[in-house]
Structures are given as structure tokens and as C-alpha cells.
Design a protein around this ligand. Sequence first.
Ligand code: IPE
Ligand code: IPE
Ligand code: MG
Length: 242
Amino acid sequence: MTKDTMTSVPVHVSMIMDGNGRWAKERGKERVYGHFEGVGSVRACVEASVEAGVKYLSLYAFSEENWNRPEAEVKTLMGLMVKAMADEMDDLDRNGVRFMVIGNRERLGEELNKVIDACMERTASNTTLTLIIFLSYSGKWDILQAAKKMVASVLSDPDSADDILDMDINGFDKYLATAGIPDPDLIVRTSGECRLSNYLLWQGAYSELLFVDTLWPDFRKEEFHKAIEYYSKRDRRYGKVK
Ligand code: IPE
Ligand code: IPE
Ligand code: MG
């Protein structure tokens, strides 16, 4: 499907990339094999987003809870992130993709933080697509860090208390780790699980949700375009009567 044939293209599509372990298990392989294969799906979704005219693609790559996985799997996943970012940086930049990472970066290693900074700086002025990787992220962590930022702001400048007390919903948005990024129009979760697993709890308040059985390593361009088609048929009412 191309831009012209669609009635309504979501501005921001978000993916909960799930099912890598099961994909590998089905093939009698180690779980990490599924994570490696999943990188191909990331590439496919980036390309499909550009084709469809989506402006923001965000990917839940590693949750705060995922730190509780076996040490070896966490280590492999972090190594994979470093490699994938280093390998893809040139292509992302050439294709006009702005790259961002959002999450609790204090928990990430030095090597990973360095490659993230390099990739973010290099692609900062690109405008075709913003690709956001949620890494060491959770929705509750985000809301908590926003609350802490507000307290810190009042402690350093007591006059800011009035602004905070007068603040509306949009004002709170500015304290979230996603400040400046539009809320996701569509959140897709792969692998048949129908839960948010602590993802974008505030920002996803009015997102359309799509749960598909496809395992993440099999979620390629065709599935992405199908998800966009599903979205274009939704009737978003925001509590009003139409
Ligand atoms: C998603 O696949 C990747 C991460 C959460 C890092 P999983 O590793 O959760 O795969 P399943 O759900 O066990 O199949
Ligand atoms: C959700 O997947 C997190 C990511 C996709 C990064 P999980 O596989 O960790 O979620 P649960 O444990 O099934 O809820
Ligand atoms: Mg999973």
C-alpha cells in the first residue's frame, strides 16, 4: 500500500516487539537467535514507515522488568543493541531517519550509551522519520521520573510551584521522557499477548490497540502495512458522540 491509497495514516506507530524467544524455540534454537532475527523486522518496519508516510515509529525493545531476565540473555541483548546501532547508523542517516533512545539510561553500560549518543547526534537534524527505541523503559518509571523532576524544579526554584499547581495535562507531558513526541496513534503488540507490559501508560491513553499473533521476527513489511490498514478503518471518538 502506498501513501495515496490510504485514507488515514497514523502519525506515530508504536510496536511492542514480542515473541522472539518462542520464534527461536519453534526452530529448536536458543532464544537469542530470535533476538538476532528480530533486527530484520526492525529494519523492515523502518522502511515500511517511510513508505507509508508515518512520521514516528517507536519500538519497545527492553523493559525495566527485562533486567530480571537471566544475566546471559541481558548481556547478549545489550551487545546486540550496540552492534545493531553501529551497523545501521549510516543507513538511518542516509534515509533521513532521526534516531532516539528513551528510557532509564543510567542502567545501560558505557559502550551502549556511547553508541546511542553518537547515533542520536549524527541523525539529530533528519526529518523523514523519527525512530524511537524504548530501552530500559517502563510507563510507571516514566511517570515517577516526571513527578521527581517537578519536585526538583520546586526545590531549585520555589516560584515554579505556582506553575506546577496551575499545570494542565499538556503541562505534565513536558516532564515525561517522551516530551515533544506526539502520543502513539497505534500500538501494535506481536505474539498474541494482549497486555501492555508497563509500556506508555500515560501516552497510550487514547491509542488504538492491535494485538496480532505473528511473532516479532516474522513481522515484516506486509504485516506492518496491514496494521496501518487496520488503523485507517478505526473510528476514533475520544469520548465524544459522532
Ligand atoms: C521480545 O521477545 C524481546 C524482548 C522482550 C527483549 P521475548 O524475548 O519476550 O520472546 P518471548 O515472549 O519469550 O517469546
Ligand atoms: C514486553 O515483552 C517488553 C518488550 C517487548 C520489550 P515481555 O516479553 O517482556 O513481556 P511479558 O513479560 O510477557 O509481559
Ligand atoms: Mg515476551
